[in-house]
Design a protein around this ligand. Structure first.
Ligand code: BJW
Length: 264
């Protein structure tokens, strides 16, 4: 008999998670930049060795705030337009696809999957997920700073920086994202609290869990009795609090979870 590799350390917690998901009615997944890292999009604070973290070259406080936009709209607009084009060029990866499959799997059994995403890249939608709550908005649509009306810019780069708004003579276009110090969209916030309170299983996937209020939803779910889990190669403030921590990439664990639930 040829020697076999030892099972990965995440297999026992994965089996526990699969058993909980199989028995669950409502599953909620909070996602962060890490789930899109395997699509080639840089994270904000991750310390991946093979890709530049967005925040390594730019201080977040200097770009992701309304004050930064008002102080230097050209730099902020250029940075977001560059990222917008990167998101359009990226493709969903096996982690996104597995979550879309999990939604179908749970719905066929009368249950539900809700994705609470901090990501603005729309890759969950493009993978086929339907029940997606965008906590921090999206980068593909932009809105007028005066009227709030949104539009979808063309697939190529903006030609002028910053973009004047077509909706108001004194307005600028800004990305339809949530910056530090801005409130999350009320509808998204309410949907997130409701989903977290009803969750039987809550998974935190690919987020450093340092940005509030998103990072707090896992505790809301735990207080309401949910089984909690984290999928992240690196430890976060949530790691020691969850029922099962799986220290591996989302693109490995989520397809493996689907394989446990629906083996072919
Ligand atoms: C992998 C992987 C692989 C890699 N597989 N994993 C309470 C206490 C303290 C402060 C606050 C508080 N409440 C509010 C605040 C202030 C602030 C805040 O949280 N600050 C903290 C940083 C201290 N929060 C806010 O300001 C929020 N607004 C608010 O609360 O408003 C209240 C209000 C009410 C009424 C009136 C006015 C105000 C808004 C937060 C907005 C966040 N915006 C950003 C930018 C969005 C636009 C853009 O994309 O540019 O959102 S910041 C940035 O961080 C972005 C992300 O969504 C967010 C979270 O980052 P994420 O996704 O976790 O990424 P990383 O890079 O941090 O982590 C990646 C992880 O993936 C790593 O752990 C890797 O290990 C892992 N990983 N490969 C799995 N293959």
């Amino acid at each position: 008999m040829p020697p076999t590799d030892p099972p990965p350390p995440w297999l026992p917690p994965l089996r526990r998670l699969a058993a909980k998901v199989a028995a669950a009615r409502h599953v909620v997944v909070l996602t962060g930049a890490g789930i899109s890292a395997e699509s080639g999009l840089a994270t904000f604070r991750g310390n991946e060795r093979d890709m530049a973290s967005l925040w390594k070259s730019f201080d977040p406080a200097s770009l992701a705030t309304p004050e930064a936009f008002h102080r230097d709209p050209e730099t902020v607009t250029r940075w977001y337009d560059w990222r917008r084009l990167g998101c359009l060029a990226a493709q969903p990866n096996p982690g996104h696809t597995a979550l879309a499959a999990l939604e179908h799997h749970l719905e066929r059994a009368g249950g539900s999957l809700t994705i609470l995403t901090q990501n603005v890249d729309r890759l969950h939608h493009r993978a086929g997920s339907r029940n997606v709550v965008e906590l921090h908005g999206d980068i593909l649509n932009w809105r007028c700073t005066v009227t709030g009306r949104t539009l979808t810019p063309p697939d190529q780069a903006f030609e002028r920086f910053p973009m004047p708004s077509p909706f108001h003579p004194h307005g600028l276009l800004r990305p339809n994202v949530v910056w530090f110090g801005e409130p999350l969209p009320e509808e998204a916030l309410q949907a997130a609290f409701q989903a977290a309170n009803q969750a039987d299983v809550f998974m935190s996937v690919g987020t450093s869990a340092v940005v509030q209020p998103a990072a707090g939803f896992l505790q809301v779910a735990a207080a309401a009795g949910a089984f909690t889990t984290e999928i992240n190669p690196q430890a976060t403030p949530l790691t020691s609090t969850v029922d099962a921590a799986l220290a591996a990439p989302a693109g490995v664990i989520l397809p493996a979870l689907m394989a446990q639930l629906a083996p072919h």
